[in-house]
Ligand binder design. Structure first.
Ligand code: PLP
Length: 478
């Protein structure tokens, strides 16, 4: 008699996240074995999943007839092992600070593979970018154009040579809303980013005043992160395209590239067994399934239509499109393994509480945005996840819980896990590769955890060593 075929849980991803011997297996390695060897909590990243995500972007690029360049948004995760994987995958990098620029150069990105965003770049940071000669500095205000010019003059003096123009892109804020969290929307006039539409032409005129100091090479809009719909992308692309044509007509200057930013969403609800507890807009946003090829195809369709109407097809045929994907490269390639350290049952409410060693100091967005990370038992991955628990981290803060303490329903009140979970059991928070490791902090004197990267051949390497108590003293002077 053949044994019944049991469907794989919806969170599984073949050859990456699987159930083997009833436990969670990550690229063929037993999750519990990793915790035994490297301790808990533990970040685990998958090299093959990062490559798959990048291949998906490259395939999308192949579906359109303009050259596309991807600049990985390193703010999503700038661990050096992750940057090396991205570099080896053949795409470029976006940085948001002198520190990220330093890391990108150190890992081996060539300057012409780097672009630099930021609202508040210091003179030192601008000097570092100008000195390196990066592909583009994305300028965030008219004032900053002058700062870049001064930086170019400083570097020319430092070298005792003629100024070499810096490549500059203007970042616009065209008032485009998305259905993401407000804190993740960056193209609204109420946001702190960019140059508004009414200022654009003057900003370009200003940027073109000193061609010996700056070369205005592109235009940029990032509508925000986790953007569930294609429309904001097409609207942004149309806006940049139309500005590009106007600038050409008014000044004769031709821009080389249009930068559509990041924001391609990740489906955090591939396992949607708890999704019915989330409000509809949250479900739509977290469960978004927007293909990068759709974004590119639609953006170019709209631009091509406009180009025909304006008789400007020759301009469109000369541009390169840049994208700055972060989340879509790394989010579902990372997870956190955490141990249940304590439990209690409240007689008054009947709630069973599980207290883990992974707090919001590891995943700030769990607290900031009440971001949903699907939770499973790594120890008993094959068992039905139908028992309800209140789950919380270890921090001395009532907000360090895996539900929405403010009761606005942005997270499920209870997490569903196998029956009778006991201390010592290993749980896994899935899809937490983006904006986690890069934002973690040692609150409550908690040494930061280790991170592992699993390799395509089934081996794994340490990507970050666990901090010691001594590391907690780094920088303190007494
Ligand atoms: C300018 C810019 N580009 C790219 C990104 C990456 O966005 P995502 O991680 O959603 O792809 C961000 C992050 O919000 C950003 O601010």
């Amino acid at each position: 008699m053949s044994s019944p075929v049991i469907a794989a849980p919806a969170w599984t991803i073949p050859e990456f996240l699987e159930v083997k011997d009833r436990r969670l297996s990550i690229n063929g390695t037993d999750a519990l074995k990793l915790v035994q060897e490297f301790g808990s909590p533990l970040f685990v990243f998958s090299e093959s999943r990062i490559r798959t995500n990048i291949d998906r972007l490259k395939h999308a690029a192949a579906t359109v007839d303009r050259p596309i360049r991807f600049f990985y948004a390193s703010k999503a995760n700038s661990n050096m092992a992750i940057l090396r994987t991205v570099l080896d995958s053949g795409i470029d990098v976006e940085v948001n600070s002198g520190g990220e620029l330093f890391k990108a150069l150190r890992i081996g990105f060539r300057p012409d593979q780097i672009i630099f965003n930021g609202t508040s770049k210091s003179n030192d940071e601008l000097d570092e970018a100008v000195r390196a000669g990066i592909h583009a500095i994305n300028v965030d205000s008219v004032f900053e154009i002058g700062l870049v010019e001064e930086s170019v003059r400083r570097i020319a003096t430092e070298r005792g040579a003629a100024a070499r123009p810096a490549r500059v892109t203007l970042r616009l804020v065209p008032e485009i809303g998305t259905r993401s969290h407000l804190g993740l929307q960056t193209a609204l006039l109420t946001s702190k980013f960019g140059i508004s539409s009414s200022e654009v032409l003057d900003a370009f005129r200003r940027g073109l005043q000193n061609p010996d100091l700056i070369n205005i090479c592109g235009i940029h809009i990032h509508v925000g992160s986790q953007t569930p719909d294609v429309e904001p992308f097409t609207e942004a692309f149309r806006s940049m395209w139309e500005h590009l044509v106007t600038i050409h007509r008014e000044t004769g200057h031709t821009l080389e590239h249009i930068n559509l930013g990041g924001g391609i969403p990740v489906n955090y609800l591939r396992d949607n067994s708890q999704a019915d507890q989330l409000p509809e807009h949250e479900r739509d946003m977290l469960g978004a399934d927007l293909e990068p090829s759709t974004v590119l195809t639609e953006a170019l369709r709209v631009a091509r239509q406009s180009a025909r109407q304006k008789g400007a097809e020759q301009l469109l045929d000369r541009i390169t499109i840049l994208l700055e994907p972060g989340r879509s490269v790394i989010a579902d390639a990372g997870l956190v393994l955490t141990t249940v350290l304590n439990m209690k049952q409240r007689p008054e409410t009947g709630d069973v509480w599980l207290l883990t060693d992974a707090g919001y100091n590891l995943m700030l967005s769990m607290n900031n945005y009440k971001w949903y990370y699907h939770l499973i038992s790594a120890s008993r991955a094959s068992e039905p996840h139908e028992s309800e628990y209140k789950v919380a981290g270890p921090l001395c803060d009532s907000g360090d819980v895996y539900f929405d303490i403010e009761r606005s329903g942005r997270l499920p009140d209870y997490r569903k896990l196998p029956a009778n979970i006991q201390p010592g059991e290993i749980l896994a928070l899935l899809n937490c590769g983006a904006y986690s490791l890069a934002q973690m902090f040692p609150y409550n004197g908690r040494p930061l955890p280790a991170a592992i990267i699993t390799r395509e051949d089934g081996s794994f390497d340490l990507a970050r060593r666990r901090d010691s108590y001594e590391d907690l003293l780094t920088g303190d002077i007494w």
